[in-house]
Design a binder for this molecule. Structure first.
Ligand code: ATP
Ligand code: MG
Length: 422
């Protein structure tokens, strides 16, 4: 058997890790700018957690989880999303009761879906979760944070769509009206949707089957079933976004794929990724903490798919910081080769931000120089036995044809310092 990676599980190769690290660092800095703190939870949890949190009649729980019995016979699942674990950890460590928490996380999630561009079986999310704040001001804050993150990543072409799912009473009234409508059209629905018509009719609204999508365009709208409190919350959300100059459209079809959402929900979408057009999605989930055994705690959050962000950044040719070495130290002669490592260490002592590769393994100067060129270095430092004896070194630009300069080794830190901002 030829050993290969699993379908839908990707290697992220060195050519790509620069953009990944840029996205992760930008996210961490953006969360810090709003006072959010990172939480890290395990990749593996009891399957029961996800069933209870996400809902039994959802795509994720019905067909997308990687679940198995371990050696003790416990049924475990790789996490398909981050919110359930976040609430579980918050309850387990007493972070949620009567307090405000602004949290974020990043890491791999696992769903057994059909792999295609922007849809994988191991994918990565960056997410925010806030606990303990009931008002729409915090919904506005988490959305503003996501807007700033997208902007800092150079993604200006994404659109914000919002909706309200109401509280559980208004949703119950809506559910009845929706079921009535769907029953009249049951024959035209796809089989999944027919089955869900009675068990979870709201799920029919986010079906990805085109015929079903066309049909539900005429279905009753949840926004017509909101009560006064829901309406006030939704108005507050819209007013808050308008106050911050964040453009949005109300899309009454957004129901989100996980059952725990209530009231405000939102998605950042693009037309550039086909049916993988949602890059970031979230909303309020006030009922989840009680559903998992805690005291009633208001909660709101979102998650972005990193792969989709990166696909969009590449499509938009967004520039990301270079990780190419500033300099490669090449050597000629045995004494110079032996001295190179020590010179390299002293340069790194003097310039902590310097990215310096020291040639290793010997070889001709010419091949060392072409390796330096392939690494994308700005300059090659050439140290021969003669230079070593004289305490000098040659600095050769790899970006232009300028004559190499011979300088004293003691001047190198000052000389290279100018490259650090390139
Ligand atoms: P979709 O409708 O595209 O299946 P979803 O509603 O299942 O998305 P969420 O559970 O809300 O997605 O996850 C939040 C984000 O995570 C999505 O907007 C998307 O960017 C990303 N995401 C979800 N599933 C995948 C996947 N299989 N591969 C890559 N990214 C994903
Ligand atoms: Mg999905």
């Amino acid at each position: 058997m030829k050993l290969q990676s699993l379908r839908g599980f990707n290697d992220i190769l060195p050519a790509d890790t620069a953009i990944w690290q840029h996205v992760e660092a930008t996210a961490a800095a953006t969360f810090a700018a709003y006072g959010y703190r990172e939480i890290r939870t395990p990749l593996l949890e009891h399957t029961a957690l996800f069933k209870r949190a996400i809902g039994e009649v959802t795509d994720v729980v019905e067909k997308e989880m990687f679940s198995f019995d371990d050696r003790e016979g416990d049924n475990l699942s790789l996490r398909p999303e981050g919110t359930a674990s976040c609430v579980r950890a918050g309850l387990e460590h007493g972070l949620l009761h009567n307090q405000q928490q602004r949290l974020w996380y990043a890491g791999p999630m696992f769903r057994h879906e059909r792999p295609q561009a922007g849809r994988y079986r191991q994918f990565h999310q960056i997410g925010a979760e806030v606990y303990g704040v009931p008002g729409p001001d915090i919904d506005v804050e988490v959305i503003a944070l996501s807007a700033r993150l997208l902007r800092r990543l150079g993604l200006d072409g994404v659109q914000l769509e919002i909706n309200s799912l109401g509280n559980s009473d208004s949703r119950a009234r809506y559910r009845q009206a929706l079921t009535g409508f769907l029953q009249q059209h049951a024959a035209a629905l796809d089989t999944d949707s027919q089955r869900r018509l009675l068990s979870n009719p709201l799920r029919v609204l986010d079906s990805k089957v085109p015929a079903t999508q066309a049909l539900v365009a005429d279905a009753p709208r949840i926004t017509d079933f909101l009560d006064d409190d829901d309406r006030a919350h939704f108005d507050g959300l819209q007013q808050g976004l308008a106050d911050l100059g964040i453009d949005f459209v109300v899309n009454p079809r957004i129901v989100r794929g996980l059952d725990y959402y209530a009231r405000g929900v939102f998605e950042w979408t693009t037309t550039q990724l086909g049916s993988q057009g949602t890059v970031c999605a979230g909303g309020r989930y006030d009922g989840l903490v009680t559903q998992l055994g805690g005291a009633a705690t208001p909660a709101v959050g979102w998650a972005c798919g990193i792969e989709r962000l990166i696909l969009l950044m590449k499509a938009a040719n967004v520039e990301t910081p270079s990780q190419a070495p500033h300099a490669v130290l090449c050597t000629q002669g045995d004494a110079a080769a032996r001295a190179a490592a020590r010179l390299g260490e002293s340069l790194r002592d003097a310039l902590p931000a310097l990215r310096l590769v020291v040639s290793a393994g010997g070889g001709k100067l010419k091949s060392q120089l072409s390796r330096a060129d392939r690494l994308g270095a700005a300059v090659a430092l050439v140290l021969g036995d003669a230079e070593l004896a004289d305490g000098v070194i040659q600095v050769k630009s790899l970006r232009n044809a300028a004559e190499p300069a011979m300088i004293a080794q003691s001047e190198l830190p000052g000389h290279l310092g100018g490259l650090l901002h390139t």
